[in-house]
Ligand binder design. Structure first.
Ligand code: BGP
Length: 493
């Protein structure tokens, strides 16, 4: 298998899970800063306060199609709760050490997100926070020292809390202007240092977790539709701006991709697959093709959804699609109308249909060796625009041995199959693939649960689910394996 010489290998992260320093250097709070930790079986919660002083916390359930805080509840920090994002795994104070580890593995690229509220503490401040700008400047200089290119996500679930408190999140068009102003500030400040940008992490999270994806405190279908529309317009304006600021800039969209299989060959199961794909690919259709797919317009018509839109929105969408499509891909999912049969055959876990041909991890995620080839082909043949795998990895509860080693052969096995599948899409099918950033470069807290025990990194961080630990770093066995993979440009798996 041969990948192009320009193929970029690396690893990924997100500020809200990794950075910490949540109240340092003038940073404002973001959406995730008011999320408690959960567990494999217990959801994370959004904490809030009522005008009368009453406080509480509401479940944040992934996959729920409706999420709403009690009337009048405003998300904010509340005493007596533990918030995993506040410390993350402390990249804020460990960035030099961590980037050195990345350099040792031979990274070409490091994907990180910028904490919007570190730059603009309230999300829409006219003047940026200089200390925040300087922090990322040091990070990019450190990357440059080793020839590592940054891939920057502008918003990875880090909607500034103040925008949520004042506007109810992305349902308000004010957020379009706030976001474009933020993009303008950072793209000018880091001109020449950052060339690859992503707008919204997993933009379809708007449907899957509206608080996380859209800062929505009321995740009704109407608000999700408006939130998505506003993000599309913000994305198009950002593409325009990025190209004006520096013709070298490339802006990608980011989709949460999963392959979807029918449990049986019953045509009804095929229709479920089709509908699930329409839900997911609506987001990439708008940003890569420049228009709404008719299936979504019909759905809005049926459901009585009315968008607060302008004719110029659609001109922008058409004129400024994204330069490339990046996506996360961990697993495949199964759908069926024959839930009872699946149950009787033992193919249901935690309410989801499981695939009898695949193994799952402790969180019920199937490890699917074909998923990247399938996904890459599907997205390539739909858009014929460059692709980038920006998240793929295995969450596992690693054990640190007495001599500070982590023998994560299960992760190596998973990644070997994934990279092989990805390389087949390139070499056998001709997919144009820019790079691969494994999730995650260094251990960080889980997005879905806030747990620390669901680890993904090549480097172990000594920190537990309640934030105890030395924060010392230890390379895992997969660290040395990945170094070989990169050195051989994917040949030595
Ligand atoms: C994606 C997110 C990441 C990341 C990953 C793994 O949805 O973009 O932020 O965390 O999933 O998920 P988890 O941490 O829940 O295992």
């Amino acid at each position: 298998m041969t990948l192009n010489k320009t193929f970029m290998w690396g690893g990924a992260s997100a500020a809200n899970q990794y950075e910490g320093g949540y109240n340092e250097g003038g940073k404002g709070l973001n959406a995730v800063d008011v999320l408690t930790n959960g567990s494999a079986t217990e959801p994370r919660k959004v904490t809030w306060k009522m005008p009368n002083g009453k406080t509480g916390a509401t479940d944040l359930v992934w996959g729920a199609d409706y999420f709403k805080l009690p009337d009048g509840a405003i998300p904010q920090l509340v005493d007596d709760y533990y918030y995993p994002s506040h410390q993350g795994t402390d990249f804020y104070h460990h960035y030099q050490e961590d980037i050195k580890y990345m350099a040792d593995m031979g990274f070409d690229v490091f994907r990180l997100s910028m904490n919007w509220s570190r730059i603009l503490p309230n999300g829409d401040d006219e003047k940026p926070n200089q200390e925040g700008l300087e922090f990322y400047d040091k990070v990019f200089d450190e990357c440059a020292k080793y020839g590592i290119k940054p891939l920057v996500t502008l918003s990875h679930y880090e909607t500034p809390l103040s925008l949520i408190q004042r506007f109810g999140g992305w349902k308000d068009r004010h957020l379009i202007d706030a976001f474009v102003h933020y993009a303008d500030v950072v793209m000018n400040y880091y001109k020449g240092k950052v060339k690859y940008w992503l707008t919204f992490n997993e933009i379809n999270a708007m449907d899957m977790a509206p608080y996380m994806g859209g800062g929505l405190i009321d995740g009704s279908e109407q608000n999700r539709a408006q939130g998505a529309h506003n993000q599309f317009v913000a994305s198009a304006k950002t593409v325009k701006l990025a190209h004006e600021i520096d013709s070298d800039n490339q802006v990608g969209m980011m989709l949460a991709y999963s392959a979807i299989y029918p449990y049986t060959c019953d045509p009804e199961d095929q229709l479920l697959v089709m509908k699930a794909k329409q839900e997911m690919l609506f987001y990439s259709d708008v940003q890569m093709l420049g228009y709404y797919p008719t299936s979504r317009l019909k759905k809005y018509e049926r459901d009585g959804i009315k968008l607060d839109d302008r004719p110029e929105d659609y001109e922008l969408l058409k004129k400024y699609p994204c330069d490339f499509l990046s996506f996360s891909c961990y697993t495949s999912n199964v759908v069926t109308v024959h839930g009872d049969d699946a149950k009787a055959s033992g193919n249901v876990s935690a309410g989801n249909i499981t695939n009898p041909y695949l193994e799952t991890n402790a969180w019920g995620w199937a490890t699917d060796p074909a998923v990247l080839r399938l996904g890459l082909n599907e997205l390539w043949e739909r858009y014929y625009k460059p692709l980038w795998v920006v998240e793929n990895g295995l969450g596992w509860s690693d054990t640190l041995t007495d001599d500070n080693k982590i023998h994560d052969d299960y992760r190596i096995k998973y990644l070997r199959a994934q990279i092989n599948s990805m390389e087949e899409a390139v070499t056998l099918d001709g997919v144009d693939l820019m790079g691969y950033t494994m999730w995650s470069a260094i251990d960080l807290v889980s997005n879905g649960t806030g747990e620390m025990k669901k680890r993904y990194g090549f480097v172990y961080v000594d920190r537990d689910d309640r934030g105890n630990g030395s924060l010392n770093r230890y390379p895992k066995d997969s660290f040395y394996w990945y170094k070989k993979v990169i050195a051989s440009n994917g040949k030595d798996l």
